[in-house]
Design a protein. Sequence first.
Length: 227
Amino acid sequence: MIVYGKQVVLYILKNHPKIIKQIYLTKDLDRDLFKKFMDIGVKIIKPDNKKAQGLARGGNHQGFLLEVEPYNFADIKSIKKDNFIVVLDGLSDVGNIGAIVRTCYALGVDSVVVSGLKNFNPEGVVRTSSGAMLDMPVAVYENSYDLANELKQVGFSLVGADMDGYEVRTIEKQQNQKVALFLGSEGQGLSNKLKKKLDLKVSIGMANNFDSLNVSVAAGILIYELQ
């Protein structure tokens, strides 16, 4: 798995050096930083720009690339034991998924489930989450409706983001309640079928006449208010 970009590479260097298999640097570094890379004990390669661009698939690598161990997805069975999880239903934008994973990690969400995607790219989310995905249990589940059924059977209260829902700041928090927050894509939202399965629909009150927020921004507000 190839990850790139200065911020995420330095995060992995500091927090997860054991997963690094190979280092690619296209620029000279100061002595102290280069020593940190050397201390990992793996091969350091200085590729030309064409090779680096190929590894990054045209992305802005900033001169820093790593080959790391494949991401280990969490098991649904273990996630069912958690108390607060976030389910991403049909989100496909890597930037949004990464931002939500980063927020979930920062705010103490137990785990994230990515649902409704045929092909999920963990490399991109590791990068767009600034490395937070490496510290966050993330599972993949094909069908969000089936997942909702399974979570309900083990005691989760199913909460979904919907413009017609109750204003989230008016919701009384329940102690020791297992919560699964479902977030739909910006274009589609949650399906009507899934909405009918929810225990509660929540929304974010707007001070001005504007119909919606970016899903990653909305996720942060809802997670903060529901915990």
